[in-house]
Design a protein around this ligand. Structure first.
Ligand SMILES: *Cc1c(COP(=O)(O)O)cnc(C)c1O
Length: 400
C-alpha cells in the first residue's frame, strides 16, 4: 500500500494495492467470483456477495480516490451509471443546474431520463457566473454539475467560483473530470464536493473497458451512494476493475504524452488554412486560456477544430493513424464528427445552440509519435483539397 504522502506518480503505481495475502503476488488478482464461502453463520471475512464487495474493484476504487485526493471511490459499470446514481441520491424530486455543453450521453440523460425521477435540469453556459447564479432555485437546487473542459468545445469553467455559487445555495458541486484526468486537474482541491469520471477514457486509457467512478470526501454521502449502488446493482465486473487498475499504473506517463501530442496537434491545426478555428485550452488564443492555466497543470490530448462541412468529413475519413471512432483518451489517436457521432442523440436545435456545428471535428491525440500524427492530418487535409475521397472504410454510427 502506498503512503498518502507519496507523490502522484508513485500513487498511480501503488495506491490501493498491497501484495496478495496468500502468495505475495505483486499485482492484485482478478477476484472472478460471485460469492464468498462463510466460515460459519454470521462468520465471514467481510466478503459476502460480489455486488457488495470485491477486492479487485476495491483496489481500483482506492487507487483512483487517491489520485483525485478524495477519501472515497465508488466504481460503476459506466460513466453514465455513476452520474445517474449521484443524481438519484442527491437530487430526486429536486433540481440540478448543469453546464450546457456536455457529453452527449449526459445531455440525453439530463433532458430525457431524469424527469422520470422527478428531477428537473436547467442547462446553462457555466462559464458565465451570472447565468449559473440565475439558474439556481433557492431551496430546490441540490447540485451543480460541470464538465470542464467541456465536450467537444473545450470550454473552461472556473471550478472555485462555481463551488462558491453552489455552496451559497446549499447545493453540492460535481465536476465530471473525464477530459482533464486527475493528472491535469484536481476538482476536489479547487472546492468541488464530488468528482465523476468515465473511467472508459483516460483513466483506463487502453480502449478496452467501459466504467465509471464517483470520488468524494463526505462520509455520509458516500454511505448513501454505496447503499444505492448495492441496492440497484450498476457495478463493474472484476476483470474490468483489474484492467482499470492496470491502466492507472501508467496514467502519469500516458498523460504527459497526451498533453504534448494534444498541444502539437492544436498548433498544427491552428496554422492550417483549411481550419477556421481550433478549440484547445492550451493555446493562448483560447478565450479561457488564463483560467485554464490557473486551474489545470496540462491541457490533455483533446482538441476540436472547425472546418467546412466537406473538409471535416474528408479529414475524418481520410486519416490512417487517427481512427474514426467515438470515445477518447485511449493510447490510440481517434477522430470523430460530434454532430454525426457522439452528439447525434442531442436534438439539432439544441446542438446548434451549443455550438456543435456539422464542420466540427474532435480529435483525441493518442501516445504515438507526434510527427506521424501531424503527417497523418496533413495528408488527409491535402486529399481533401484535391477532392480525392478515400474509399469509405467506416460506417457512421449515430449512437453512443
Ligand atoms: C464518455 C463520457 C461519459 C459517459 O461515460 P460512459 O463510460 O460512456 O458511460 C461521461 N462524461 C464524459 C465527459 C465522457 O466523455
Amino acid at each position: 500500500m502506498s503512503d498518502p504522502t507519496d507523490r502522484f506518480d508513485t500513487r498511480c503505481v501503488h495506491a490501493g494495492q498491497s501484495p496478495e495475502a496468500v502468495t505475495g503476488a505483486i499485482t492484485t488478482p482478478v477476484f472472478q467470483t460471485s460469492t464468498y464461502v462463510q466460515e460459519g453463520l454470521g462468520r465471514h471475512r467481510g466478503y459476502e456477495y460480489a455486488r457488495l464487495q470485491n477486492p479487485t474493484r476495491e483496489a481500483s476504487e482506492a487507487n483512483i480516490a487517491s489520485l483525485e485526493g478524495g477519501a472515497h471511490g465508488i466504481a460503476f459499470s459506466s460513466g453514465l451509471a455513476a452520474i445517474e446514481c449521484l443524481a438519484k441520491v442527491v437530487a430526486a424530486g429536486g433540481h440540478i443546474v448543469s453546464e450546457e455543453n456536455l457529453y452527449g450521453g449526459t445531455t440525453r440523460m439530463f433532458t430525457q431520463v431524469l424527469d422520470r425521477l422527478g428531477i428537473e435540469v436547467t442547462l446553462v453556459d457555466s462559464r458565465n457566473p451570472a447565468a449559473l447564479q440565475g439558474a439556481i432555485r433557492p431551496g430546490a437546487t441540490r447540485m451543480v454539475h460541470l464538465e470542464t473542459p467541456t465536450n467537444p468545445l473545450m470550454r473552461i469553467t472556473d471550478i472555485a467560483a462555481a463551488a462558491d455559487i453552489a455552496h451559497a445555495a446549499g447545493a453540492i458541486l460535481c465536476v465530471d473530470n473525464t477530459f482533464a484526468s486527475p493528472y491535469n486537474q484536481k476538482p476536489l482541491a479547487l472546492g468541488a464536493d464530488v468528482v465523476v469520471h468515465s473511467t472508459t477514457k483516460y483513466l483506463n486509457g487502453h480502449s478496452d473497458v467501459l466504467g465509471g467512478i464517483i470520488v468524494l470526501d463526505d462520509d455520509a454521502l458516500a454511505a448513501e451512494i454505496h447503499f444505492v449502488r448495492k441496492s440497484t446493482g450498476p457495478i463493474p465486473g472484476p476483470m474490468d476493475s483489474w484492467l482499470t487498475l492496470r491502466g492507472t499504473k501508467t496514467l502519469h506517463l500516458r498523460m504527459a504524452r497526451h498533453n504534448e501530442n494534444g498541444k502539437r496537434i492544436a498548433e498544427f491545426l491552428q496554422s492550417h488554412p483549411a481550419v477556421r478555428a481550433v478549440h484547445y485550452p492550451g493555446l493562448p488564443s483560447h478565450p479561457e486560456h488564463a483560467l485554464a492555466t490557473r486551474q489545470m497543470t496540462g491541457f490533455t490530448g483533446m482538441v476540436s477544430a472547425e472546418l467546412s462541412e466537406d473538409d471535416a468529413r474528408r479529414l475524418a475519413e481520410g486519416t490512417r493513424i487517427f481512427r474514426l471512432a467515438e470515445s477518447l483518451g485511449g493510447v490510440e489517436s481517434m477522430i470523430c464528427i460530434p454532430s454525426l457521432m457522439t452528439h447525434a442523440s442531442v436534438p439539432e436545435p439544441e446542438r446548434r445552440r451549443m455550438g456543435v456545428t456539422d464542420g466540427l471535428v474532435r480529435l483525441s491525440a493518442g501516445i504515438e509519435d507526434a510527427g506521424d500524427l501531424v503527417e497523418d492530418l496533413t495528408r488527409a487535409l491535402r486529399m481533401g483539397s484535391r477532392g480525392r475521397r478515400p474509399a469509405s472504410r467506416h460506417a457512421f454510427s449515430t449512437r453512443e
